[in-house]
Ligand binder design. Structure first.
Ligand SMILES: N[C@@H](CCC(=O)N[C@@H](CS)C(=O)NCC(=O)O)C(=O)O
Length: 209
């Protein structure tokens, strides 16, 4: 009986969603025991910080007591635990392409999350220049992805596809007003297919509290 791992988890976190979708693609979803861990805001999560000083999710506790973070590291570790098609290609240049796409998807989230946080601040404290910057980065990212969408559709699934799909899903979840599909038909088509994968359907983002 393979050992279980404990994933510090929230249904609202896109980085966590990437991990659980990747785990599902690898056939490892039943090996993850998820624990709801609430982070964010300005209150440090002291208990989580004992195992991850950054106090962030996802954080993965392994059976032997060791701990892994952040999400790319967790995904790469999980990819060593199965014999199916790998999400992290071993050889360059395919590995480089997958890692760059992973960086792009994660980088989109790194722009989207602070923007979301800014929107929760009182209007007079919000920084319009920062919000404009994050918007510009997200729009430049989807423009770049529109150019790459056909290649994305033709290539086997990698961690890069998962990261990009999760980032686009997060725009739908939190940033409807960006209308990212407008003028980007190839990317919209690729995403429509990605969004129907069983791993994606099984792990929707949920704003539960
Ligand atoms: N680079 C990290 C980012 C993780 C991250 O920022 N997670 C958010 C939740 S979506 C978090 O834990 N925020 C709490 C904090 O930053 O204090 C990863 O890929 O795992």
């Amino acid at each position: 009986m393979p050992a279980h791992m404990t994933l510090h988890w929230s249904p609202r976190s896109p980085y966590v969603r990437k991990v659980v979708i990747a785990a599902h693609e690898m056939g490892l979803q039943d090996r993850l025991r998820t624990v709801r861990t609430v982070v964010g805001g300005t209150t440090p999560h002291r208990e989580l910080m004992r195992i991850n000083p950054l106090g962030k999710i996802p954080t993965l506790e392994l059976e032997d007591g060791s701990v892994l973070y952040d999400s790319p590291v967790i995904c790469e570790y999980l990819d060593t635990l199965h014999d199916g098609p790998k999400l992290f290609p071993a050889a360059w240049p395919a590995r480089g392409v997958a890692l760059r796409r992973l960086a792009l998807g994660d980088g989109m989230l790194d722009a989207a999350l602070p923007w979301l946080g800014e929107r929760f601040r009182p209007a007079e404290k919000q920084s319009q220049p920062h919000m404009d910057l994050w918007r510009a980065k997200l729009l430049a990212s989807v423009d770049a992805l529109e150019q790459e969408a056909e290649v994305l559709a033709e290539s086997p699934l990698t961690i890069g596809h998962v990261a990009i799909g999760v980032a686009l899903g997060y725009l739908d979840f939190r940033f409807d007003e960006l209308h990212w599909r407008d003028g980007r038909p190839r990317l919209a088509e690729w995403y429509a297919t990605f969004d129907q994968r069983p791993s994606v359907l099984a792990n929707p983002p949920v704003d539960d509290r």
